[in-house]
Design a protein around this ligand. Structure first.
Ligand code: HEC
Length: 186
C-alpha cells in the first residue's frame, strides 16, 4: 500500500508542477515572444528606438509613494463629491467586486475560491472598526497600491487619483451605516 501511494505521488507530482514534457508545448513555439530579438545574431531584447521617452501614466507604485507606511500617512487629496464616488463605484465594480463582492463584505465569486478570504470592507467588518485611526484612507490606498498577501497590486491598473476615487466610494457608500443592507438588495 505504501509503495502504491508513493508511486501515485511520484506520478502526480509532475502534473501539479506542470512539468510533463508536453506541459509547455503551447508556450514553446517558434513564434517571436514579447521583447525577443528577431535577429539570431543579436539575441535578447532590442534596444529602444532613439529618442524614446517613457509614457506617462504607467508609473509603478514605488515612484509615487515608497511603501505602505508612507501611503498610510497620506491625506486623501480627492474630495469625496458625488462625481468622485460615482467614478469610484465604477472602478470598484471592475476591479474589486470579483473578490470583495458587490456588497463589499468579501463574498465575491473569485474570493470564494481563495485560500485567504477577502476582508470585509464595510462597516459590518468585525475584525476592526473602519472609523479607527488605525485604518485611515491612506491604509486603503496603500492596500490598492501595494496589494496584500493574497490581494493583487492595483497601482498599474489605476492612477493614484482613480485609487482615491475608490477610497471615496468605499468610505461613502460601503462604510455608510446602512450600506450593507442597500448594497445587498441591489
Ligand atoms: C483577487 C482577489 C482580490 C481583489 C480583486 C481585491 N482584493 Fe482586496 N483583499 C483580498 C484579500 C484576500 C484580502 C486579505 C488581505 C491580504 O490579501 O493580505 C484583501 C484585503 C483588502 C483590504 C484590507 C482590509 C482590512 O480590513 O484590513 C482592503 C482595504 C482591500 N482589500 C481593498 C481592495 C480594493 C479597493 C480592491 C479593488 C481595487 C480590492 N481589494 C481587490 C483580495 C482581493
Amino acid at each position: 500500500m505504501k509503495k502504491l501511494s508513493l508511486a501515485i505521488v511520484l506520478l502526480l507530482t509532475p502534473m501539479f508542477a506542470h512539468a510533463w514534457p508536453w506541459s509547455m508545448d503551447m508556450a514553446n513555439q517558434i513564434s517571436i515572444k514579447p521583447q525577443e530579438s528577431v535577429d539570431a545574431a543579436k539575441p535578447g531584447m532590442n534596444s529602444f528606438p532613439k529618442r524614446s521617452v517613457p509614457v506617462a501614466g504607467t508609473a509603478t507604485s514605488s515612484i509615487e509613494v515608497k511603501d505602505k507606511d508612507v501611503a498610510f500617512k497620506l491625506a486623501n487629496p480627492v474630495p469625496a463629491d458625488s462625481k468622485s464616488v460615482d467614478t469610484g463605484r465604477r472602478l470598484f465594480e471592475i476591479y474589486c467586486v470579483p473578490c470583495h463582492g458587490k456588497s463589499g463584505t468579501g463574498d465575491g465569486l473569485v474570493g470564494e475560491k481563495l485560500m485567504m478570504k477577502p476582508f470585509n470592507l464595510t462597516s459590518s467588518n468585525d475584525m476592526h472598526s473602519w472609523t479607527s485611526k488605525d485604518y485611515p484612507d491612506g491604509y486603503i490606498f496603500g492596500m490598492m497600491t501595494f496589494g496584500g498577501v493574497v490581494m493583487p497590486v492595483y497601482a498599474i491598473d489605476m492612477s493614484p487619483t482613480e485609487r482615491w476615487h475608490v477610497v471615496n466610494y468605499i468610505r461613502k457608500v460601503l462604510q455608510a451605516p446602512a450600506a450593507v443592507a442597500t448594497a445587498q438588495t441591489k
